[in-house]
Write a protein that binds this ligand. Sequence first.
Ligand code: 6GU
Length: 298
Amino acid sequence: MRLDVVTIFPEYLEPLRHALLGKAIEQGILHVGVHNLRSWTHDVHQAVDDSPYGGGPGMVMKPEVWGPALDDVAAGSGPVAESTDLTSSTPHRRTPTALKGDATRAPAGVDTEQRGVENSTPEDARPLLIVPTPAGRPFTQEMAERWSKEEHVVFACGRYEGIDQRVVEDASKTYRVEEISIGDYVLIGGEVAVLVMAEAMVRLIPGVLGNQASHQEDSFQDGLLEGPCYTKPREWRGLEVPPVLLSGNHKKVDRWRRDQSLLRTAQRRPDLIEAARQAGDISSRDHQALDAGASPES
Ligand code: 6GU
């Protein structure tokens, strides 16, 4: 997957080089370009914003800067052609490219074996443009799964009050565009939201997580929250691990985990229980567990 981020604070995206994402970069599974929006300004002040038409507070990001920036990111031209991709902060397994500083920009679509074909149909080979905004549709695990199969994902980080809406409209010629929010609260800009969405999507790319089974049981993967988990020692500060987990009876363990998951979800996210019920994902045995009672956390 190729990931490009356009922002006025490139240093804010530094975490993309660390930990899991850094590892994916090292493995050549992920290529990341971070681009300073000010490279596309022409005036001496490098202005990226202006006052809003219709009046009111704040500033709006300028279309004449964003337009060419998004054109170049899609085409790999202009300042994008001269830029180098991010390298991992932890080069454990140094690759020849990492040693050279990766002076060449890896094009989108190099690791075709890693992804499905859903989004690479000849009818719509447009890259995906994600515009983080509190006014967007809410980000979900389902989106993360879908996006993890993309070849080229571009994030356009707005600051101030937002980006002139015509940028989004015009970009639809070049990109499939989605305006996305990561929750019902307001951030100063889209950069942190990009880190959130990039991490959620990249960890689902095959080969990025060590254990592929490990996201089969994630919260939300089955529409419910994950229950509690425990490790050694068996007793710690007077607190015991639930005995069923030491029983060696896998059927009983699975049933206990399912019950814990149901009870925790009912407690913290009753909306998810209702949705699972509507979808027919709650069995009569599940109902028993829910009716039987109060979660240990209540
Ligand atoms: Cl994606 N951007 C900003 N600026 N604020 C947000 C958000 C995104 N999601 C929730 N709040």
